[in-house]
Design a protein around this ligand. Structure first.
Ligand SMILES: [Fe+2]
Ligand SMILES: [Fe+2]
Length: 156
C-alpha cells in the first residue's frame, strides 16, 4: 500500500464492508436456524455476530467515526450511528433465541442493521473518501489494528 493513490483508504473501507457482510450473513444464518428450531446453531450464530460486530464497532468508532466526527457536518450523522451500535450490542448480549418475542425483535434488528449499514456504505464511507487527510486515514487504520489484534486487512 502506498500513500498517494488512495489504496490505503480503499483497503480499510473494503474491510469495513467485508465485516458488514460477515455480520449480515451470520444474522441470516441465525434467523434460518430459528425457522427450523435449531436453537443451538442460532445461538452460535448470534454469538459470532455479536463478537464480530464488537470489534467492527470498536474499529469504526475509535477510527473513522472519531476523525470524521471532528467535522461539524459529520458529527450529527455519526452520533445516531453510535447509538445504534450500543442498542444492538445490548440486545445481542441478552437475546434468548428460543423466546418468540426475542425472535421477532431479532428479525426487526436485522432489518435495522441493514439500514444502519446502508447509512455507512452509501453515506459516510463515500464522504470519508473525499474528505479525510492521510493523517486521518493513518489514525483510522491504527484504530482498526487495535480492534483486530493479530489480524490483517482483507486484501483482494
Ligand atoms: Fe456502524
Ligand atoms: Fe459498520
Amino acid at each position: 500500500m502506498c500513500h498517494y493513490c488512495g489504496c490505503r483508504q480503499v483497503s480499510l473501507i473494503r474491510d469495513y464492508i467485508a465485516e458488514h457482510e460477515r455480520a449480515t450473513d451470520l444474522a441470516g444464518d441465525a434467523l434460518r436456524a430459528i425457522d427450523v428450531a435449531d436453537y443451538d446453531k442460532a445461538r452460535r450464530c448470534v454469538e459470532a455476530m455479536a463478537a464480530g460486530l464488537a470489534s467492527h464497532w470498536q474499529g469504526e468508532e475509535n477510527g473513522l467515526f472519531t476523525v470524521m466526527g471532528r467535522e461539524e457536518e459529520f458529527a450529527g450523522y455519526i452520533a445516531p450511528l453510535v447509538q445504534e451500535h450500543r442498542a444492538l450490542a445490548a440486545f445481542l448480549a441478552v437475546v434468548d433465541v428460543t423466546d418468540p418475542r426475542d425472535q421477532e425483535r431479532l428479525r426487526r434488528e436485522v432489518v435495522e442493521l441493514d439500514e444502519h449499514i446502508a447509512k455507512e456504505e452509501d453515506g459516510l464511507f463515500p464522504a470519508a473518501l473525499t474528505s479525510l487527510s492521510g493523517r486521518d486515514w493513518d489514525e483510522s487504520m491504527r484504530a482498526w489494528r487495535k480492534a483486530h489484534p493479530g489480524e490483517e486487512l482483507i486484501s483482494d
